[in-house]
Design a protein around this ligand. Structure first.
Ligand code: NDP
Length: 252
């Protein structure tokens, strides 16, 4: 079938750009109805209109995922308007590398607030819907965006890498806890993908490293990750890709 996700309801955080935006379009093209979350309402509205033009269904729910109450309100809307989620692509995140001597500049807190607390807020708000869907239809998905940074050592990326190690390890635990309830849990760990993520970086050393890496490799595109998310979601209910590391071919 070209619409293997027909009847499913997906929630995508960080859907206003990059990986989340591409994944929302992919999931919609595979037949899921999609709720798109991020802070930039105008970008979400454009995405919803594009999905509709391509024959899909999506709703925009402008949400700051660091605000637990806002996420709970978003979950209530998904419940009322779409009948509850059976897929959460928990993807909003930020990467702000800096040498540890510069911790005082405060970028560490923002990464923990979004990559850890924001991720948890979404899990807290939507897991009851996923568990209910798992019980009712035999399958639901929680897909968390981690990073190759969870595994490898990149200088100045300590805090970012630690937030992503949290995401990967949490996912392994939740997979065992929720798998028993027909909720599959996956962590996706991309190498470098060309998105707006790099545009927030201020550390000159990290900027030079990122720019220099383009000489030796072709970065992944958001579409590459979106295709993988679609693949994971469309697998038969008995199959759970626990951890997917997806790298530019030439990235060491
Ligand atoms: P982008 O910067 O393009 O996307 C980040 C998304 O998160 C945006 O939609 C942004 O929207 C949203 N976001 C930021 N802050 C908040 C917030 N407080 N509440 C809700 N949404 C928020 O980067 P990517 O697409 O690359 O990043 C997506 C994920 O992929 C991140 O978790 C990142 O760590 C991970 N990743 C990226 C890699 C890469 O090389 N690009 C590699 C490995 C992992 P808005 O500003 O409108 O809120």
């Amino acid at each position: 079938s070209t619409t293997p996700l027909q009847g499913r309801v997906a929630v995508v955080t960080g859907a206003s750009s990059g990986i989340g935006e591409a994944a929302a379009e992919k999931l919609a093209s595979l037949g899921a109805r999609v709720a798109v979350l991020a802070r930039r309402a105008d970008r979400l509205q454009d995405l919803v209109e594009r999905i509709a033009e391509n024959g899909g269904t999506a709703i925009a729910i402008p949400t700051d995922v660091t605000d637990a109450a806002a996420l709970q309100a978003a979950a209530d809307r998904v419940e009322t308007e779409l009948g509850g989620a059976d897929l959460l692509f928990n993807n909003a995140g930020v990467m702000l590398p800096a040498p540890v001597e510069e911790l005082a500049a405060g970028q560490w807190q923002h990464q923990i607030d979004l990559n850890v607390t924001g991720l948890m807020n979404a899990i807290g708000a939507f897991t009851p819907q996923l568990v209910r869907a798992g019980r009712a239809r035999g399958v639901a998905d929680l897909i968390n965006t981690s990073s190759i940074a969870a595994q490898n050592i990149f200088p100045a990326f300590a805090v970012y890498s630690a937030t992503k190690a949290y995401v990967t390890h949490l996912s392994r635990h939740l997979r065992v806890e929720l798998g028993a309830k027909n909720v599959r849990v996956s962590a996706i760990e991309p190498g470098i993908v060309g998105t707006e993520l790099q545009s927030h970086v201020t550390d000159q050393g990290a900027l030079d490293w990122l720019e220099g890496s383009k000489e030796s490799m072709e970065w992944l595109t958001p579409q590459d990750i979106a295709d993988t998310i679609g693949f994971i979601a469309a697998l038969p209910p008995r199959v759970n890709l626990q951890q997917v590391t997806i790298m530019p071919t030439a990235q060491p």
